[in-house]
Design a protein around this ligand. Structure first.
Ligand SMILES: [Zn+2]
Length: 176
């Protein structure tokens, strides 16, 4: 079977690989020339390909997640991964903050750009079906400990180091 190409260096199967889906028998089929397909293509052509051309191979650690898969792995109920709008990425030889900063400075069509826990970058585009403008929203996600239970995720505005993000969160809490 030939691979379905989305842009010069990106193929559909890179966005539909999931161990959980394979184990649980979730159908990851994306119909060619459907909305998810066109949205993934927009993500590749507008965001990921320019990044790849500049910084080198981009690894997709999470791409398309049908709603069932998104629920299983505890994704946000409104996650843009469900519509082919978002990808979690890493680029070998570059920190996630460097990757996110490059995107902020060179790409104009992104919707959300999130530096996640110092480990990867979440980047999304508006849906190909809805005529929504790109929000150009930039955030840093950190884990904040709680007295009881698992740490919670907090999003602070801007692309920052984890240390800066923690400090900003603490200052904000003190001021509140
Ligand atoms: Zn993500």
């Amino acid at each position: 079977m030939s691979r379905i190409q989305l842009s010069a260096n990106f193929y559909l199967d890179e966005f539909t690989r999931s161990q959980t889906a394979a184990r649980r028998g979730i159908d990851m089929t994306v119909s060619e020339f459907g909305v998810v397909y066109f949205t993934l293509r927009r993500l590749c052509r507008g965001v990921l390909q320019p990044l790849r051309d500049a910084l080198g191979p981009v690894h997709i650690t999470s791409g398309y997640r049908p709603p069932k898969l998104n629920r299983m792995i505890g994704g946000a109920p409104t996650s843009q991964h469900q519509y082919g709008q978002a990808a979690d990425i890493v680029v070998t030889g570059h920190t996630p903050l460097e990757v996110a900063t490059w995107l902020r400075e060179h790409v104009t069509g992104y919707d959300q750009l999130i530096h996640e826990f110092g480990q990867w970058v979440h980047v999304s585009v508006p849906s190909a079906a809805l005529h929504e403008p790109a929000r150009l929203e930039r955030l840093t996600a950190i884990k904040v400990p709680r007295l009881i239970g698992k740490p919670r995720t907090v999003y602070v505005p801007g692309l920052r180091t984890l240390e800066q993000a923690r400090q900003l969160h603490l200052n904000h809490k003190e001021a509140a």
